[in-house]
Design a protein around this ligand. Sequence first.
Ligand code: SAM
Length: 278
Amino acid sequence: MSILYIVATPIGNLNDISLRALDILKTVDFIACEDTRHTQLLLTHYGITTPVFSYHEHNEQKSTDKIIKLLQENKSIALVSDAGTPLISDPGYLLVKKIHACAIKICPIPGACAAITALSASGLPSDRFIFEGFLPAKSIARQNRLGELKTETRTLIFYEAPHRIEEMVEDLNLIFGNDRDVTLCRELTKTFETLYKSTLKKLSEWLSLSPDNKKGEFVVVVAGLPEDQKEELNHLKAQDLVKKLIIDLPLKKSVQISAELFQVSKNTLYQWALTLKR
Ligand code: SAM
């Protein structure tokens, strides 16, 4: 029976691969991978000789059609990315979506993922979190995105490239404030693995201490906004809106709209608005 396997591979240390993943990579008809030379290093390490072909963001459409055709001819295929779990800031979504529509069997083979590896060691709340992947490369777009995330109370996980890590952390300071807790996870599972837990301000200073601190691959895990601060922020936003609305609307209506929009106590906002009116 044809099956598409989604196989997680190591994010650095070649030993971080499951026995089941190795079994699948040995026995499938083909392996679809991002960079064939990169994946070949892993396959050679484990003596795997399965034929490979490329599946990456630039040939995604064409390769998707090729994979579906092979699966319809009863071939089995493993999809891997350069590192970690395919589809997580990596290609594969188009393929998996189409495979669902074709009613072909999909089988995920779990393993390493930089985001989850970082979160597990971050020392930041791990019960509720959001994965944001890479922020926009341009500063204005990045700051806008961070502005939307400023009041997020869950732990936030970001990926970042070495040439942008410093400016990204600067923007985090600018938008989230200097005191927010953060854990920088660098080169996970590799020789120069570093976990640096501090505030955003101290992280900026640490990054500028040495060029070595900016080398390698990074996951930035940022604490969410504490619930009490979120409430405070929402009160300020609601008060701002009341100030604007009372120009054209009755006080009661202005308070009602603002309190509903920012989910703050109508009563408290009303008492504040009365002092404003006075
Ligand atoms: N699919 C991968 C996964 O499951 O984590 C992520 C692929 S994404 C193209 C590559 C990014 O993941 C890197 O730029 C870095 O932010 C993060 N990353 C991958 N390996 C890492 C490692 N060993 N240490 C820290 N971050 C890593």
